[in-house]
Structures are given as structure tokens and as C-alpha cells.
Design a protein around this ligand. Structure first.
Ligand code: KIV
Ligand code: ZN
Length: 385
């Protein structure tokens, strides 16, 4: 079965979200959980960016054994040397070196010609390979780069020894069809592309990061990069838990293996949310508080008859506890009766009608009906009869 590697950058691109600052102990705790989750690669930080990041990357590199640990470096010798010092204790030292390739980045940010960019990239990859057995090279802003230039620079960095090449949609500008087509084009035109890992890295500015990552997989990507809960610069990165669950739920269609232990997803998501302080929106796919909540009467009735009527993912799949059906103003008699029984009350049909009417009145006034509210309603009803 074809394998897709999951490259987790929660601790690097994720930590680049405005307002997040993790210390070494917190980063280590997250890295250990990512290892349990089954991430193939964990990007632990950017060692040359600060002494704190250096220390965290070093600790993670010497602690994590079942995932490859990497760190980010600019295409300069000093970053590569610092990264080597941080990563040399890893099981399989891996470096992630990047350089921008789009016209706008080359002209305004790097102030380099395309020829100079090719030379810098090749030199950086060669130098990195003189130390690291595994080197990933990323073409920053690849999606807005000239495809012919991408082919040229990828040919060169692969010849220089890159073991993975990454094609980021740095500003989240791609649509799934276009991003997929770029991967197909590179697969068909880059020399030696089948000898290296081809990676996708998507940002969510237009809300398409997960769809774009899946389009890349459909068109030959061997690795997808992203973060837990989709945290990251601006609107964030592709949410890895969503990609993993999508590939699993539609395995009839994709038939892929990922190495992700899906039942660790909930725990990982909650840990990342707690330590970063970034709340998860209630309706977030897979890990949101409401991802398995069914409120309307019609849906609840279907769920009670056969959960598969409205539930394609079970809470157990991601390691979450099964929640009782939510009760609110849209709920129907079937869910209400089911909850009465679960709470240990025996109610006749007439009693149910009476208390259900009271429940509806209360539900019109309150956003959420709690277990305590129900207890009061049912108990009062039983006392009155
Ligand atoms: O989005 C991006 O281009 C990046 C690179 C550093 C890989 O995060
Ligand atoms: Zn990124």
C-alpha cells in the first residue's frame, strides 16, 4: 500500500502564530505526544532563530526516537552549522533548508537573480549534506513561482543531494486543482524526482489548505506537512488531524497508509490547545467540541435508529469519549426520552409529553440545557405524579 508521511510543524510553523510562545518543557511534551501520534517527521523549531529554540530542538532531538526530528535553517552556512549542533544527537539527523523561488520574493526580499538563487540553494544543500544524512529543501512560495524555474532548481538541488523536496503554497493562494496539477507537472518533468520524497506544505489563507494537501497526494506527493489544529502563520497551516481522518474515512477511495495512530488525535489536539492557549473553534472538523454533537430532532432520531445515518466519524476513532445527544430547542422527543432513560427515569408516554413541553419552554430561553436542568425537570415531574 502506498505510504504518505506526515511531517508535523506544530512546533515551528505552528509556533509562528501570533501570540504563541512555548518553552522547552512544553515543546518537549508536545513532541513526545506527536511521537505517540505517529508523525513521521517532527519539525522541532528553528535552531538559529533564538537560544530558546536551539535548546528545545536539541532536547527533542535527543529524546524522540520513533519520529525523525528536524529543524529549519535558512540557506546560509551559519544556520546549517547551528542546526547541526542542535540536531546531531538525533536518531537520524534531518535538516530542513529553504529558499524563496517566486519572482516577488527573489526580487524584493532576497534581492537576488534567479541564477544566484539556484547557486545559493545548491551550495546550501551540498553543505548540509556534508553533515546531515537527510536534507529537505523547500522552495518557499513555490506555488507562485515560475514552474519552469521550479523544474530547473529542483533538478539542481536533487543532483546536489536533497533527499526531500518541498513545494509550499506559502501564502495559501492555490486551489486544489491548480496545486494538484503543479505536483503532476513536477513529477513528469523533474529529473530524479522518484528518488526523493516529494512534499506538500499548505497554508490556509483561503480555507483550502487541507483540500490542497489532499490534491497534492492525489498527484504524487509522498509527504504532507501541517500542524495540529491547523495553527500557524496568519490563517494557519493544513490541519494534520483532518488530513489523517479524511484519508482513513475515505480509504475505500484513497487506499493509503499514513502511520498515524488516529486514537491519539483528541489527546494531541487538546494538549496543543492547552499549551499554546489557542482555543479550538466548536465547529472545527474532527476535533471541535461540536464535531459529534447532533441537536436537531430529525438527526437525533436517525442517530438513535442507526448512528451511521448522520455520523461518518465516531468519537472513538480519534480517542474521544462518546457524548450524549445534545438537547436544545431543536431536539425531538426521541432523544429526550432516550436521555430520561439513560439518567435512570422511567416515564410513561403521557408523562413524557408533559415534561417535554416544559423542556421546550425552557430550551427557548436557554442556549444550552444542562444535565442539571434535565434532572430538575424529570424529578419534579416524578414528584408531581
Ligand atoms: O510556508 C512556507 O513556505 C514555509 C517554509 C519555511 C517551508 O513554512
Ligand atoms: Zn509554512
Amino acid at each position: 500500500m502506498r505510504r504518505i508521511d506526515f511531517f508535523d510543524t506544530t512546533l515551528r510553523d505552528g509556533e509562528q502564530s501570533a501570540g504563541i510562545n512555548l518553552n522547552t518543557a512544553e515543546k518537549l511534551e508536545i513532541a513526545r505526544q506527536l511521537e505517540r501520534l505517529g508523525a513521521s517527521v517532527i519539525e522541532a523549531g528553528f535552531p538559529a532563530s533564538s537560544p530558546g529554540d536551539f535548546e528545545a530542538v536539541q532536547r527533542i532531538a535527543t529524546t524522540v526516537r520513533n519520529s525523525t526530528v528536524t529543524g529549519l535553517a535558512r540557506a546560509v552556512k551559519s544556520d546549517i552549522d547551528t542546526s547541526w549542533d542542535a540536531l546531531k544527537g538525533a536518531e537520524q539527523p534531518h535538516l530542513h533548508v529553504f529558499l524563496a523561488t517566486s519572482p516577488i520574493h527573489m526580487e524584493y526580499k532576497l534581492k537576488k537573480t534567479p541564477d544566484q538563487v539556484v547557486d545559493i540553494a545548491v551550495e546550501a544543500v551540498k553543505y548540509a549534506r556534508s553533515k546531515f544524512p537527510l536534507v529537505q529543501w523547500s522552495a518557499e512560495d513555490a506555488f507562485r513561482s515560475d514552474p519552469a524555474f521550479l523544474v530547473r532548481i529542483l533538478n539542481e538541488v536533487i543532483a546536489a543531494g536533497a533527499t526531500t523536496v518541498n513545494i509550499p503554497d506559502t501564502v495559501g493562494y492555490a486551489s486544489p486543482q491548480e496545486y494538484g496539477a503543479l505536483f503532476r507537472f513536477l513529477k513528469e518533468n523533474v529529473r530524479g524526482i522518484d528518488r526523493v520524497k516529494l512534499s506538500a506544505h499548505c497554508h490556509d489563507d483561503l480555507g483550502m489548505a487541507v483540500a490542497n494537501s489532499i490534491a497534492a497526494i492525489e498527484n504524487g506527493a509522498d509527504q504532507v506537512e501541517g500542524t495540529i489544529n491547523g495553527i500557524g502563520e496568519r490563517a494557519g497551516n493544513a490541519a494534520l488531524e483532518e488530513i489523517a481522518v479524511a484519508l482513513h474515512i475515505r480509504k475505500d477511495f484513497y487506499n493509503l497508509e499514513t502511520g498515524i495512530h488516529l486514537n491519539e488525535i483528541k489527546r494531541t489536539s487538546e494538549l496543543v490547545s492547552r499549551l499554546t492557549g489557542v482555543m479550538i473553534q466548536p465547529n472545527k472538523a474532527v476535533v471541535g467540541k461540536n464535531a459529534f454533537a447532533h441537536e436537531s430532532g430529525i438527526h437525533q432520531d436517525g442517530m438513535l435508529k442507526n448512528p451511521e445515518t448522520y455520523e461518518i466519524i465516531t468519537p472513538a476513532l480519534i480517542g474521544a469519549a462518546k457524548e450524549p445527544l445534545a438537547l436544545g430547542k431543536h431536539s425531538g422527543r426521541a432523544a429526550f426520552k432516550d436521555r430520561a432513560i439513560t439518567m435512570g427515569f422511567t416515564v410513561s408516554d403521557d408523562q413524557l409529553n408533559e415534561v417535554f413541553a416544559e423542556f421546550k419552554e425552557l430550551a427557548d430561553k436557554k442556549k444550552e440545557i444542562t444535565e442539571d436542568d434535565l434532572f430538575v425537570l424529570f424529578t419534579r415531574q416524578q414528584l408531581e405524579h
